[in-house]
Design a protein around this ligand. Sequence first.
Ligand SMILES: O=c1ccn([C@@H]2O[C@H](COP(=O)(O)O)[C@@H](O)[C@H]2O)c(=O)[nH]1
Length: 232
Amino acid sequence: MSCRSPVIVALDFEQQQQALNLVSQLDPSLCRLKVGKEMFTHFGPDFVKALQQRGFEVFLDLKFHDIPNTVAKAVAAAAELGVWMVNVHASGGSRMMQAAKEALLPFGAQAPKLIAVTVLTSMEQSDLTELGIMLTPAQQVQKLAALTAAAGLDGVVCSAQEATLLKQQFGQQFQLVTPGIRPANSAADDQRRVMTPKAAQLAGVDYMVIGRPITKAADPLGALKAIVDELA
Ligand SMILES: O=c1ccn([C@@H]2O[C@H](COP(=O)(O)O)[C@@H](O)[C@H]2O)c(=O)[nH]1
């Protein structure tokens, strides 16, 4: 049965055993797991399979950004791996996103959710300005979300700060996956557009990606349960 919790725990560890030690404390009914660039580059598909064998649904967060053909093949490879969710960068453009979506058609109901990254939650106004983007983060998110919706993807990665706006514009079905979630009194670390779990829930977020506030906690299971209980 699919997990009902909105929490996705981001596994960002140098050592596979560190991650597996944490995972052994967690329960697939409380969270899904996210494998990103660091752990996938170190440990590859076998690490994803190890998590799946423990009963967890996996979000493969590799943020593909390449020519349409390459991204389509990469997304299909993720589907073959049986991941629950996979993502591309919306800034790769409409043709790239459409190619990714088409690559998942043969997988039918078994296809992973396909979402697109808009503006990284670590970015603020000054980061966009230095790239020559003269829009606010919310405006840039909205622009890239519109391309994503038009390409027929399932939703976007954005910050919870844009959630209310995006739900109003693209509807409840358009799924919002938000990193940059920080319980009250947690360090923001390198995140810039942050929100607490409860505020994110009230803003309409579907899935919350939470890494260090759980993985670096003295009691990771306690930290996860406190968040899940607050959201219940
Ligand atoms: O915009 C984005 C996209 C992806 N991430 C990833 O989410 C986690 C967040 O971890 P924390 O420790 O909770 O900051 C991390 O794996 C990022 O690569 C993101 O933060 N922002």
